[in-house]
Design a protein around this ligand. Structure first.
Ligand code: SF4
Ligand code: FE
Length: 509
């Protein structure tokens, strides 16, 4: 079997993609044992199906989910595209919402997309300062990825050890991925990345520093691309709430039988990165720029949750209907509230993309204030939407008997009778809808819809720091002082003055 990293046939369909993952020599652990073939594992497969959907959508809606590659001239996934105008950024968000709607979960492909969009401009600016050749190398790598239409994972989050210490101060130096050896052919890295979304379902991953670095952290300033089946990598699969239901063989109790998310811990033991795949090596002063740009993209990618929210709102509305109360005013009002919250997430994310601007490299980046605002909403609003969905579902969402009981020759009849809502709705349909709500608010996909919403792309405090940095209080105080008469300045001066930062973008016509 050819290694996934050297495959030359271009992946087109979801099925091609699934086949491309077969037969790799990945070292994946789950429940204390090596997984023989991840593709066929009942817990892992739903996450692969979710990613496969990104390929199928590109065929069903090519304008939405694919682009013509500037490198190969062929159609490739939009997830592999470097944005060159604000419309590109906006279309990423539209594609993400649609995929959230189609899968009801995390489809795992945005981290890589956001990583290489930021790397495109950061490598360009690094080269300008240091006369290096990272940008050309990076473009060569992207061209290779486009040829095969691969999935690239982004690996940023180090395990971090003692949070009060810089990487070089850690007692165990492996708490942040670091270079352990340099040769004339490349570097060797050791360390671990936690919570890696879709890593086992990717073909390549790009490792990046997780935070601002200082001069003593040069060995931690490494960005490089690695095939996921490279020697020295071990994956330890992350458990998800209720994950073993996928091994019970039914279709009801899992809630979402086809789709799920994936996170794993990735451990690197002297993994080799050849020079051609190194895009930062020691330029510690660019780590902060990379992290900030990545988060500007990634925090508005969380509009994915508005697509997932659409599914949950639909489930809550459907269950109310099955209970015979769709027109009751407080129920309608709760659905309105859920929709309002959901659209607030989408609104800030899409606005961040619309307000995108050009970097020196020509790549477009989204507005960081609105991106952070979007992600900050995402740390709260899905929880409230989930609370309202559980409210509308009623207590059965947490006390429902099992699928086996429903199918039991004796008690099944009783359950079908006593768990009925509206007379014309089959009990099984009502159970399915309740299980979906359970799945998204307590079960497997609550990992993506709730906790990943909290911590993915940075926990809430990380966004507050960014918002605090960019909020331009001096400017706002001046507005207040002029209007209150504390200082005398003509309003017209305010209209024509040159602005910087967020407000420069707000008023740019
Ligand atoms: Fe994409 Fe959302 Fe999953 Fe992140 S959480 S990879 S943005 S689908
Ligand atoms: Fe994420």
């Amino acid at each position: 079997m050819i290694s996934n990293s050297t495959q030359t046939d271009k992946i087109q369909t979801g099925e091609d993609y699934i086949n491309s993952l077969r037969g790799r020599s990945l070292k994946v652990y789950l429940f204390g044992a090596m997984v023989e073939e991840p593709v066929d594992h009942p817990i892992i497969r739903p996450s692969i199906n979710a990613l496969a959907k990104t390929y199928d959508l590109a065929i069903a809606a090519p304008e939405l989910a694919s682009v013509i590659s500037p490198f190969t001239g062929e159609r490739v996934s939009r997830f592999l595209h470097v944005c060159t105008d604000a419309k590109d950024l906006v279309l990423q968000n539209k594609m993400q919402r649609k995929l959230g709607q189609l899968t009801g979960t995390c489809f795992q492909r945005c981290v890589g997309m956001d990583a290489f969009n930021s790397l495109y401009s950061v490598t360009f600016e690094m080269d300008k300062k240091y006369n290096t050749s990272y940008h050309e190398r990076f473009k060569d790598f992207l061209t290779k990825m486009h040829r095969s239409n691969f999935v690239i994972g982004g690996a940023m989050t180090d395990v971090k050890g003692d949070r009060s210490l810089a990487p070089h101060q850690q007692v165990d130096q492996d708490m942040f991925l670091r270079i352990t050896k340099r040769t004339d052919k490349g570097v060797y890295v050791t360390g671990a990345k936690a919570h890696q979304t879709g890593c086992i379902n990717s073909h390549w991953m790009v490792v990046m520093p997780t935070m601002r670095l200082g001069e003593n952290d040069k060995d931690f300033a490494i960005v490089g691309a690695i095939p996921v089946d490279a020697s020295g990598i071990t994956y330890i699969y992350g458990r998800q709430s209720c994950d073993t239901r996928a091994m019970e063989g039914g279709t009801i109790d899992v809630g979402n039988v086809k789709y799920g998310g994936q996170e794993a811990m990735v451990i690197f033991e002297d993994v080799f990165i050849p020079t051609e795949y190194i895009f930062m090596d020691g330029e510690f002063d660019f780590a902060a720029m990379l992290v900030e740009r990545f988060t500007a993209y990634h925090r508005r990618s969380y509009v994915c949750k508005s697509g997932v929210g659409d599914v949950l709102i639909g489930a809550a509305a459907a269950v109310a209907e099955m209970n015979g109360v769709p027109k009751v005013s407080h129920i309608k009002d709760k659905l309105v509230e859920m929709t309002h919250l959901n659209e607030t997430i989408y609104a800030t994310g899409i606005a961040s993309s619309h307000q995108g601007y050009e970097t020196k490299s020509g790549a477009f980046i989204c507005d960081s204030m609105l991106s952070n605002t979007c992600k900050h909403h995402v740390t709260k609003m899905p929880y409230e939407i989930g609370r309202l969905a559980q409210d509308l579902a009623g207590g059965l969402v947490a006390t429902l008997p099992s699928e086996q009981d429903l199918n039991h020759p004796e008690i099944g009849k009783l359950l079908r009778k006593y768990l009925k809502g509206k007379a014309d709705v089959p009990t099984e349909d009502r159970m399915r809808m309740l299980r979906l709500i359970e799945n998204m608010t307590l079960g497997r996909n609550a990992v993506g819809y709730l906790t990943e919403s909290m911590h993915g792309a940075g926990s809430p405090q990380a966004q507050r720091i960014q918002i605090g940095r960019a909020m331009q209080l001096e400017y706002k105080k001046r507005l207040a002082k002029i209007i209150s008469g504390v200082i005398e300045e003509e309003e017209k001066d305010l209209v024509v003055e040159e602005l910087s930062g967020y407000f420069e973008r707000v008023f740019k016509i």
